[in-house]
Design a protein around this ligand. Sequence first.
Ligand code: NDP
Length: 470
Amino acid sequence: PEAEIGLIGLGVMGSNLALNIAENASTIAVANRTTEKVDAFHAEAGALKDRIVPCRSLEALVGAIRAPRPIIIMTKAGAAVDEQIAALRPLLQAGDIIIDAGNANFHDTVRRSKELEDSGLTFIGMGVSGGEEGARHGPSIMVGGTAEAYQRVEPMLKAIAARFEGEPCVAHLGADGAGHFVKTIHNGIEYADMQMIAEIYGIMRDGLGMAPAEMADIFARWNEGPLNSYLIDVTAKTLAAKDAETGGALVDQILDSAGQKGTGRWAAIEAQMIGVAATTIESAVAARILSAMKAEREAAEQVFGPIELLDASIDRAGIIDQLEQALLAAKIAAYAQGFAVMAGASADHGWDLPLATIARIWRAGCIIRSQFLDEIAATFEAESGTANLLVTPRFSAMMRDSSVGLRKIVALSATSGIPTPALSAALAYYDTYRQARGTANLIQAQRDFFGAHGFERLDGSGPHHGQWNA
Ligand code: NDP
């Protein structure tokens, strides 16, 4: 056998990952359900052709790899992965490693790990982020499985991962589903980041009447400051892009209805299951759902009428500065929520998710990569037991300053009817989290009134019941 590793699934991600492995790690055997794609892929591999072994069946694939064989499955998530595992099992030997690198639901990864536990095979669930470009030139890789399994694939993964200041963006994050869970939360944060940026764009477009090219310049400028990140850069570039047909801004020709494959939704669902408030992520998921209801929104605008631009005499430069602050404050809240979900999952699922390491491997390669994550990594390194990013010295100081802008922007949007679901959720989270005396005493009173649920008293004694009808 010529290859040291195999890969099944030559779609967008699989073909790029295979080229990355061939170039930076080892000779790779590849297979795909539609076999014509294997030949086409090999034919187009250029200088890497000799490092790729095209295989027209799983038998050929297994036969082409030296044992013990690591085999990556990079197909559509769900049933396709179960089918590939079932087809591979009789062909493999004890010691071989199956690596699911797609966007699996982590519950499936936990189940698959259990199913393969006594088979002699090793199973790794691996989250890969960075899209097409990341897969080809260096993704961020989140690994779940046994420590021993990770050790066996670590050199290969380090060779293909993105690097942040020389450090590879790959780590073992815990047993079974830990890697896919962290990828899920990554995607939830990604949804929040994108939604918050879109809301800022909405204020610029519908409140300030700005043209895309003008906005592109502002996002490009913000990319030089504390918001510096891949997504801000992508925003500046997409806003600047021209439409070949009309000559106008391309973004103006795109239907305002966003798709989703469900990983952001899983993040919101898991947060709820664990009992951690991730309201900014939830709002971002809900906003995508509402975005897809184009016809209903058009009908509703007929009922309620359109919103109006802000008064032209408004201090535009001042608002643009506040928008930058608002985005930063909301980003802090969104990341605080995402990391709180991961901390909660550690307790719930028996993982010990290394929060500083997660922030470190997200600094390059993945979609949410940013300078900001370097600061999060440093914060969790300095304060490993921290309850919430919001209250750490570094982020509380940033929040104190930037929340002023967030508050002004949310207030301005609310009074003018511009929707800011994620920004508003971030502000409400911050205000609720920092309020020592909340209002749930009334909720407890109501619950006791109608359901005799009982309540604790402030003096610590309890449970008590009120004499509500006396
Ligand atoms: P593509 O649609 O480009 O490719 C899908 C691949 O899955 C093809 O090779 C296809 O084979 C194969 N496949 C689909 N169904 C089956 C089946 N029932 N049995 C066997 N093979 C099957 O998808 P992507 O490359 O974009 O995504 C692959 C995985 O990576 C997914 O889990 C996705 O969520 C995840 N991912 C995607 C990212 C992205 O930016 N696109 C980023 C990170 C993760 P065939 O050619 O025969 O149809």
